[in-house]
Design a protein around this ligand. Structure first.
Ligand code: CDP
Ligand code: MG
Length: 150
């Protein structure tokens, strides 16, 4: 079933010139881009984003990290997009990430792991609403969609 997921290219991805490279992977996979923006994350937004991790040792460093430079926030759509994108991202710790995955290809340390992606459909709904107004999410037909699944 078609789903939407929220993906965020973290500051290291932008600083290391990997925006195009990573977006290209999702395009080639066959997913449809429904929302896209470059932004600076405020402390309020960062803490809201990582609210589930409040109280953990990595909370503050992780909040500071996504506030440290611009990020690219995106909404991607497609069949089982949430799980598909998590697989493409690879494990949270790049040391354990499949070498063909995004984190496995481009990152070396858990504290700078390039990309965020929603872990469930419920998280995706919450995260999309944090970063996008409803009118910033576009619904449109994309050429070739009929060639992606039965
Ligand atoms: O991002 P993901 O959903 O794969 O992992 P998470 O467990 O929800 O953790 C959120 C983020 O916190 C990670 O992507 C890392 O940026 C950071 N983190 C960290 O720096 N050190 C840890 N031990 C765990 C998470
Ligand atoms: Mg997570």
């Amino acid at each position: 079933m078609s789903e939407r997921t929220f993906l965020l290219l973290k500051p290291d991805a932008i600083q290391r010139g990997l925006i195009g490279e990573i977006i290209s992977r999702f395009e080639k996979k066959g997913l449809k881009l429904a929302g896209l923006k470059l932004l600076s994350v405020s402390r309020e937004l960062a803490e809201e984003h990582y609210a589930e991790h409040k109280g953990k040792g990595f909370f503050e460093p992780t909040v500071s990290y996504i506030m440290s430079a611009p990020v690219v926030a995106m909404v991607w759509e497609g069949p089982e997009a949430v799980a598909l994108c998590r697989t493409m991202m690879g494990a949270t710790n790049p040391k354990n990430a499949d070498p063909g995955s995004i984190r496995g290809s481009y990152a070396v340390d858990i504290s700078r792991n390039i990309i965020h992606g929603s872990d469930s459909v419920e998280s995706a709904v919450r995260e999309i609403a944090l970063y996008f107004k409803s009118e910033e999410i576009l619904d449109y037909a994309k050429a070739g969609e009929e060639w992606l699944s039965e």
